[in-house]
Design a protein around this ligand. Structure first.
Ligand code: NAD
Length: 347
């Protein structure tokens, strides 16, 4: 039997035949809390192995997608694929044009990672401005004179500059307001009237960077936003400011960030995302006490994982059942081919 071939359709004697379960490929292991539901609703394929990144993919009609690239090479290995369901909001790693051309629906889970990622951005901000890494390392090294040598920043009354003011940035703003910070943002697609009271719209990115004590990045990675933080942007940040990125590594020129840190212009940086991911163990960003890097785990709380996995599974099953999913990234596929396929018109 081909791996992933749906189980037979025969039920107990006398019962009507049931439909075969759809074969869904899981990039990451199925979350234990979802094991029973997954077993009832689909045939599990994957996850991939180091030796075979496309293991068991050939029979898949759906994919629950984590962080890997979903490009034409991947799609070539999955000729029956009808839906790629991302467990997260960002879909920059999916070749949407290629998926659309092939009639593959792409879905995401925009609200799944929001709270956990916002909390993580705040955690990174606090670790950086409180100089936690340097203090921890000094203690480990058995140094003395901790109090005199420790340099840190109090956040009350300081300005937080949010680049992008969507779901995650709004949560960050709410928590930062509780810390007594002044919050400003730049987002060309959000008008000032829709911002919560007390949150101020900056004129543009230079205006924001020139006034913020902490800059936190929350924009999607697109052709336009790629590399939006380079030497000029770091130079225009306030001396002694902190830089936080929980969005995407490729938004940032990391060499420019390192130069800015080396020059003493920036106080420090907190990064959940880098380019590449993971960074090689000898990368300079991993060996500084003014930088904290986490391996793209901002959304990976128990609660965040459950929301993202559950929503991705719901949407994959919806597409495979002929129902329009809640968060369809390429809706043109729906009108053109997914719905007829679900009705039996397309293989
Ligand atoms: N580290 C993680 O685990 C993790 C988790 C979730 C999301 N993310 C990343 O965070 C990003 C933001 O997530 P979100 O849920 O807030 O998304 P969102 O779509 O709700 O908000 C993004 C905002 O960015 C704005 N924007 C787009 N281009 C901009 C630009 N050039 N300048 C300023 N603003 C711009 C948009 O108008 C939008 O309001 C995602 O795209 C994803 O890449 C990372």
């Amino acid at each position: 039997m081909v791996p992933g071939t749906p189980p037979t359709t025969a039920g107990p004697p006398g019962t009507p035949p049931t439909r075969p379960l759809p074969a869904i490929w899981f990039e990451r292991p199925v979350l234990p809390a979802f094991a029973a539901r997954v077993a009832e609703t689909c045939t599990v394929l994957g996850p991939p192995t180091e030796d075979d990144p496309y293991a068991e993919l050939e029979a898949a009609v759906g994919v629950i997608a984590g962080a890997r690239r979903y490009d034409t090479a991947f799609m070539d290995h999955a000729p029956r694929l009808r839906v790629i369901a991302r467990t997260g909001i960002g879909y920059d790693a999916v070749d949407i044009d290629a998926a659309t051309r092939r009639g593959i629906a792409v879905t995401n889970t925009p609200d799944g990672p929001t709270v956990s990622t916002a909390e993580h951005a705040i955690a990174l901000m606090l670790i950086v401005v409180k100089n936690v890494v340097a203090a921890r390392d000094a203690l480990r090294a058995g140094s003395s004179g901790y109090f005199s040598r420790h340099e840190a920043i109090e956040l009350r009354g300081k300005t937080l500059g949010l680049v992008g003011f969507g779901r995650i940035a709004r949560q960050v703003a709410a928590i930062a307001a509780g810390l007594g910070m002044r919050v400003r943002y730049v987002d060309p697609f959000v008008d000032a009237a829709s911002a919560p009271p007390g949150v101020e719209r900056a004129r543009d990115l230079p205006d924001l960077l020139g006034t913020a004590d902490v800059v936190s990045v929350h924009v999607p990675l697109t052709d336009e936003s790629r590399g939006m933080f380079g030497p000029a942007q770091f130079a225009s940040m306030k001396p002694g400011a902190a830089f936080i990125n929980t969005a995407r590594g490729a938004l940032v020129d990391q060499d420019a960030l390192l130069l800015s840190l080396d020059s003493g212009h920036l106080f420090g940086a907190g990064l959940d995302v880098t380019a590449p991911e993971p960074l090689p163990p000898d990368h300079p960003l991993l060996h500084r006490d003014d930088v904290i890097v986490t391996p793209h785990v901002a959304s990976a709380t128990n609660e965040g994982k459950a929301r993202m996995f559950g929503s991705a599974l719901d949407q994959a099953l919806a597409v495979l059942d002929g129902r329009r999913p809640e968060h369809l990234v390429n809706p043109e596929v729906w009108e053109r081919s997914v719905a007829p396929a679900a009705a039996g018109g397309r293989e």
